[in-house]
Design a protein around this ligand. Structure first.
Ligand SMILES: Nc1ncnc2c1ncn2[C@@H]1O[C@H](COP(=O)(O)OP(=O)(O)OP(=O)(O)O)[C@@H](O)[C@H]1O
Ligand SMILES: [Mg+2]
Length: 212
């Protein structure tokens, strides 16, 4: 059996990751590709428990490296229990955020050492990496405006505009250093347009198997 492919959607608050992850799942399913939609932090029972520690409570709750370690522990559980088994049975996996959010939020955003975060990432994932990472790029004010329209803000949304500006630049910087894995998509357009741009990248970069 051919192994499935692993796609991650990244970007700041309100960029449209959750909306577009579901659209991409639908587009792939319509092409006959079995698809699992998942998210970080979370995506497996253990990792969802850790998620609660990360997304709620006061902004200053965690020291940045401790916070990254919680993300890494959750991610290892997520990969072992959800992502790997899906890829093994030939499903494609779409994750709403993954390791790049940890490196960008805790590193660029909160000031943890980038090299230490890379080591933590390698330690927790081994050689495992996404086949494709789509960064949804949007000006911070527009993303926060979209996210702010939702009922409840989470801990990360409360971290302030300068933090979110560093996060935006962090994603763009990471994408530039690894253009083979990353693609940056303008997320300011309407959902249909953004969805078409994402699907175009997926079809260009990854071979979608024929139905049946
Ligand atoms: N292209 C778009 N144009 C206008 N509004 C959008 C667009 N995409 C998403 N939205 C709306 O913006 C809000 C944020 O979108 P979504 O939840 O998908 O973002 P997100 O990247 O997952 O955010 P977070 O990082 O906070 O989880 C939602 O209310 C969604 O309906
Ligand atoms: Mg979301």
């Amino acid at each position: 059996m051919t192994r499935g492919r692993f796609i991650t959607l990244e970007g700041g608050e309100g960029a449209g990751k959750t909306v577009q992850a579901a659209r991409l799942r639908d587009a792939l399913e319509a092409r006959g590709v079995g698809t699992v939609l998942t998210r970080e932090p979370g995506g497996s029972p253990g990792a969802e428990e850790i998620r609660r520690l990360l997304v709620s409570g006061p902004v200053e709750r965690w020291e940045p490296l401790a916070e990254a370690m919680l993300h890494a522990a959750a991610r290892r559980d997520h990969v072992l229990h959800t992502i790997e088994p899906a890829l093994e049975r030939s499903d494609w996996v779409i994750s709403d955020r993954f390791v790049d959010s940890m490196i960008v939020y805790q590193g660029y955003g909160q000031g943890a050492d980038l090299e230490v975060l890379e080591r933590l990432s390698a330690l927790s994932l081994g050689g495992f990496a996404p086949d494709l990472t789509v960064v949804l790029d949007i000006p911070v004010a527009e993303g926060l405006r979209r996210a702010g329209a939702r009922a409840e803000s989470n801990r990360y949304e409360r971290m302030g505009t300068e933090f979110h500006e560093r996060v935006r630049q962090g994603f763009l910087a990471r994408a530039q250093t690894d253009p083979e894995r990353f693609a940056v998509v303008d997320a300011t357009a309407e959902p249909d347009t953004v969805g078409r741009a994402i699907l175009r990248v997926v079809l260009e970069r990854l071979t979608v198997p024929f139905d049946g």
